[in-house]
Design a protein around this ligand. Structure first.
Ligand code: ZN
Length: 84
């Protein structure tokens, strides 16, 4: 029974292409990472310890070539960690 794998998968927020909706990668809020894997390409964005809110990760959709952007602020994780 792959129950545990399913639970694990549920912790991940999927990042889909804004235009054609294919899955680009996953946002792992627990590990504070965005992970993108396609064939032998792996992109890892690790936002631990980065202090500015204006970071962003851009990736071109492998299907429709739309430029997708994920900003640090979109990850909705800074309110707890950073108090100004
Ligand atoms: Zn697309």
């Amino acid at each position: 029974m792959p129950e545990k794998e399913k639970d694990f998968e549920d912790n991940l927020e999927h990042w889909h292409c804004e235009k054609c909706k294919i899955r680009i990668g996953v946002v792992d809020k627990e590990e504070q990472q965005i992970r993108v894997r396609y064939k032998d390409l792996v992109v890892l964005y690790d936002w631990k310890g980065i202090s500015k809110n204006d970071d962003e990760l851009k990736i071109i959709c492998r299907r429709c070539a739309w430029m997708n952007t994920k900003k640090r602020i979109d990850l909705n994780i800074d309110t707890q960690k950073q108090k100004r």
